[in-house]
Design a protein around this ligand. Sequence first.
Ligand SMILES: [Zn+2]
Length: 237
Amino acid sequence: MIVIRPSWRPWAAAVALLLLCALLLLPAAGLPIGAPAWWPTPVVVIDPGHGGYDPGVETDSGISEKDITLQISQALAASLRTRGYTVLLTRTDDRDYALPGQRGREAKRTDLDARIALAEAHRAVAFISIHCNSSPEATRGGAETFFNPSLAGSKALAQAIQTEVRKIPGMSLREAHDGSAYYLLQHLTMPAVIVEAGYLLIPSDRAKLVNSAYQRQVADAVATGLTHFLNNWAGAS
Ligand SMILES: [Zn+2]
């Protein structure tokens, strides 16, 4: 007679499956700060403002905000990757996400929704949108960071970034500001900020914004601020 004994293998397989499920499900609750080395690296989403049909600010000399935001974003991505982060950019070339036939506000909303969806799908630990300020009335330049006070972590992240940005030599000193009117900051659920890297319509700032050395300085300052934020912010708003 053949006796069929219960094998250990199904149990081992079940335990392995449970462990795998736990591993896959845990990040859904948010990546822990100070996680062990084997933990999946946190995903940071960088959003180069504008693109495609939408150039952002344009100067008389033919400079488009969308080009500068992409250059700074790529420098920021490089800086963050050397620090061990997984970085996703909402665009890596000159494009937008509006649908054919859409115009104006509708096109802008579809474009922004696609960028938001990317960050949400990857459960990003932070979202940083890079822009250039366009105020024609401003007489003083300087980079500044905007947050939504209703969004957990947004203000702390903005202040951490602004603290570092202010250390750039020659920087006009500005504070982090309430940016709760921005669509992006209203609709994202992770700590999110908008960094205006300078005033494109102020000549002294414009000269800096097109300069790759300044672009890297801003990128490194933002990366340092984000790192401090992620090391210190444990989920409290
Ligand atoms: Zn912009």
